[in-house]
Structures are given as C-alpha cells and as structure tokens.
Write a protein that binds this ligand. Structure first.
Ligand SMILES: [Ca+2]
Ligand SMILES: [Ca+2]
Length: 500
C-alpha cells in the first residue's frame, strides 16, 4: 500500500518534471527563434564534394600544402603514414563579425590509438607549415584541436580543445595544450561509422563548439562540447584545416567545410559579394563542360567494355546476407544507443528525486537522535516487541493456513462418499482451531495495546503497526470459511434431498 502510494507519487513527480523540462525547452526554443541570426552561405570559404577538385588538382578558393591530397569527394589532409603533415586554407581572409562553420571529417586508423590529430583554424595568416597539427605555431586567432594522441599520459585523449593565441604563445605539446585551453571536452572522434561533424559558431563574442559524434546518420545529432565567452578574435582571418601524424598515423579526411556569415536580427545583411570575374567564370564553365564530356565518354567506354552488365544490371542492388546482418546489427545498436541515452536522462531525474527523499529522511533521523536519545531507544525496543509479536502472528496464520488446506484436501477427498459425520467432525475441528487463533490474536493485540497506551507508535518510515491490518485479515478469512461452510452444507443438503 505504502509502496504503491510512493510509486504513484514518484510517477506524478516524474510527469511534472517532464512537463517542466518540455515547457522550459519550448520556451527556450521560442526565445531562440526570436533571436536567431540571419545565416548566409559563403561559397568562397567553403568546399564540398562530389566535384571538389578541379582538373589541375586544386580546390577552388582554397590552397593546400604539405601532404594534403584533394580528390573528388574529400581532402585527405594526411594519409596514414608516419610523420606526415598537411593543411588547406582559404585563399582570402573574410572579415565577418559573426560566423559559423560546419566541418565534416573522418579520422580513421587501424590502431587502438592514433596520432596526432586535426585542427580547425581561424587566424590572421595562413599557417601553411609548422608543428601544431601541421600548421604554424604562434598563430593569431583561434584553433580548435582534435587531439588524438595522449602526450602527457593522463589518459584523457582523444580530446577537443579550443586554444586562443595572440601570436606570442607557443603551443604546449607536452601537456596536450591543457594549460592553454579556453575550453575542452572529451570525445572520441576516431573510427566512427559516420563522419564526425563539428559546428563552430562565433556569435556576439561567444564561441560555441557542437559535435556530432558520427554514431548515427542523423546530420543534426549535435551535442554540446565547449563554449568560450568574451572571446575577441581578429577582425579578419583565414579559415583552415590542418593535420599531422607522428610515430602512429591516422588518415585525416575532410569531407566538407561550409562557412556561413551570421548577421544579428534587425541588422542590415551585408551586400553579397560581387559577381565572379568573367575570366574565372569562363574557366569554371570550361572546366564543367570538359568534365561532362569526360564523364559521358567514360560511361560509353565502360558500357562497351562490360556488355554483360546490361543483362544483369541489378546484381549490385541486392545486399549480401553478411551486409544485411551487419546493417541490422548496426541499426539495432543505434536504437539501443538512443534508448540508453533517453533512459539515462530519466534515471538522472529519478535519482535526483530519490536523493532529495534520502536527505529529508536523514535530516529527520538526525533531529530525532539529537532531541531524545532515550525516547529513540524506547521506541526501538517498542518496535522490536511489535516485530516479534507480528512474527508470532504470522506463525499462527501459517498454522491456520496449513490446517485449512489439510481440511480442504480431506473434504475434497471425501466429497464423493457419504461422510456426513466425518465432515461435521472436520468443521468442528476448524471451528476449534479458529477459536484458538482468535484467542491468540486477541491476547497479542492486548499485549501490543498495553505499551501503546503509554506511548504512541513511533512515526518512522518503516511499515508501521501492522497488527490491526492483520486482525482484519483474520476476520475476512473467518468470514470466508463460514461462507464456504454454509455453501458446502447447503450442497450436502441438496445432494441428500436428491435421494428422497
Ligand atoms: Ca596530443
Ligand atoms: Ca592527454
């Protein structure tokens, strides 16, 4: 009874918490919608597949250095070979007051541990070469580092750090930059089933880093990582990505880098950049035409070389059993992951509630101990007496139940025969037993009541004084037995009448 009330109470509280949480979320969203900045895509500071690279191996509006290899759908900043470094930078430096970048990348390697890491930059000059994840040290601006390798051996890598620099600071490699980080979060970004996404927002002098861990195909599954308030960045800066490997090596691949200019609501949106110069436009158009022609040519060649494919073009459309199993396992894991996330949130709320209960009870207990140790002791003794008497009551009840079941067994065994006298005898026995039990209970109740008159039952959140409840149970059992007896008797009489 007490448990079910507590459970109901808890459920009601959890419901209330959810309601409050949801309403506060919707409030926050409504507030956010009102103040959402205007967002404009800036193609000159962005790249993205599938036609990322031009015929001459360059990326439009970007420069790449070191071991970086641009291809059609990604830029491999470093291949997974020892001591490699590479980077890619915007050709020009925009002067956006507020901006947001979304970088999609993969860090993959065969080892359990990888190195060294990847960095996303906003700096006053292109750090084309250097030893900070493949870019120049003493940068002026900010770097967001995805540090794979644990240089200081504190077992806190992979980690994501935001490190600001005014052009004078030398990066603290030995301590993994922890002495210089403005904010950080522990995230494993290596070897994820889907690309990892970083959304870095610099808005009203606040930098926020959100990470999509690459566990699900959901592109918007971002989680908060780090935030730096009152961050003053140079007015003009180059965007860039760099990476490096060491003794251990990972592939560092950037799939896309999208830049958006943000404008505060109410403020005039800046005029779009002028048209692309005619020369450049013609160059891209020519490039595109060549590409199309090349593609058509290759398609034809391929079809000529593989005439058998025309007859079986759908072979690839069916996945193999292994592929399907893998996909199903993966999807299942994803669902479990999401469920666990949700359960975790709920559990946290319940735990919090429970903690409050425990605190309240502990406080109450301390108060009691402080105010009357003797009274407490007396109550303890009282409680023990009560418990022992209740145990006795239980003993009697079980005895009664045994004798009852014995009787029932006998009664059912004799039901077929004409055993009128024996049945009467059994019922008399039951009656006698019941009288005995009743007497015992009454004496116990008396025993319990005497000290009660002197002192009230202690108000302790343990199942309290159960004797009255038990007494009612006995009364109910007795009544049931009598009803049973009467029914049985009337049946017997009805059976007897049949013979006349
Ligand atoms: Ca490191
Ligand atoms: Ca470390």
């Amino acid at each position: 009874m007490a448990m079910s009330i507590q459970r109901q109470h808890l459920r009601a509280l959890t419901g209330l918490c959810w309601f409050l949480l949801l309403s506060s979320l919707s409030c926050a969203r409504a507030e956010g919608e009102q103040t959402l900045p205007h967002r404009r895509f800036e193609y000159k500071y962005s790249f993205k597949g599938p036609y990322l690279v031009q015929g001459d191996g360059t990326v439009p509006f970007w420069v790449h250095t070191g071991n970086a290899i641009p291809s059609a759908d990604q830029i491999r900043i470093t291949p997974s070979m020892k001591s490699q470094k590479g980077s890619v930078w915007t050709k020009t430096a925009p002067s956006f007051e507020n901006w947001e970048i979304e970088v999609t990348f993969r860090v993959t390697g065969r080892g359990r541990i990888g190195a060294d890491g990847l960095a996303i930059w906003y700096t006053t000059s292109q750090g084309l070469d250097g030893n900070v994840y493949g870019a120049a040290d003493s940068w002026n601006g900010v770097g967001i580092f995805f540090d794979s390798f644990d240089n200081d051996g504190k077992k806190n890598n992979p980690v994501i750090l935001v490190v600001g620099n005014n052009g004078k600071l030398l990066y603290d490699h030995q301590n993994d930059g922890t002495t210089q980080a403005l904010a950080s979060c522990l995230r494993d970004f290596r070897n994820k089933p889907y690309p990892v996404r970083a959304r870095i927002t610099y808005y009203k002098k606040t930098m926020t880093v959100m990470i999509n861990n690459g566990f699900t195909p959901d592109k918007e599954d971002y989680e908060f990582c780090a935030k730096v308030d009152n961050m003053i960045l140079p007015q003009q800066g180059f965007f860039g990505v760099s990476a490096a490997t060491g003794g251990l090596a990972d592939d560092h691949d950037v799939l896309s880098f999208l830049t958006f200019q943000l404008t505060e609501p109410g403020k005039e949106t800046p005029a779009p950049d002028g048209e692309i110069p005619k020369e450049e436009k013609d160059k891209y158009q020519e490039e595109f035409d060549n590409f199309q022609q090349e593609l058509e040519k290759r398609k034809d060649e391929y079809n000529k070389d593989h005439p058998e494919l025309k007859e079986h073009p759908v072979d690839d459309m069916f996945e193999s059993v292994n592929d399907r199993e893998l996909r199903q396992i993966f999807e299942g894991q994803n669902r479990i992951h999401l469920e666990i996330k949700q359960l975790n949130r709920q559990l946290d709320m319940i735990l919090d509630e429970q903690r409050r209960y425990v605190n309240a009870v502990t406080e109450e207990m301390t108060k009691r101990t402080a105010t009357g140790g003797n009274v407490q002791q007396a109550s303890q003794q009282e409680l023990e007496t009560l418990l022992s008497s209740q145990r006795e009551v239980f003993k009697h009840v079980s005895e009664m139940r045994n004798s009852m079941s014995e009787t029932l067994r006998l009664a059912s065994g004799n039901a077929g025969g004409a055993a009128g006298y024996e049945n009467t005898q059994h019922f008399n026995d039951i009656k006698e037993h019941l009288h005995l039990v009743k007497r015992d209970i009454e004496s116990l109740v008396q025993k319990n009541l005497v000290p009660h008159e002197k002192q009230k039952c202690p108000e302790i959140p343990v199942p309290s004084c159960l004797s009255t409840a038990h007494f009612f149970i006995f009364v109910a059992v007795q009544s049931l037995l009598f009803i049973g007896y009467i029914m049985y008797k009337s049946q017997q009489e009805a059976a007897a009448k049949k013979f006349f």
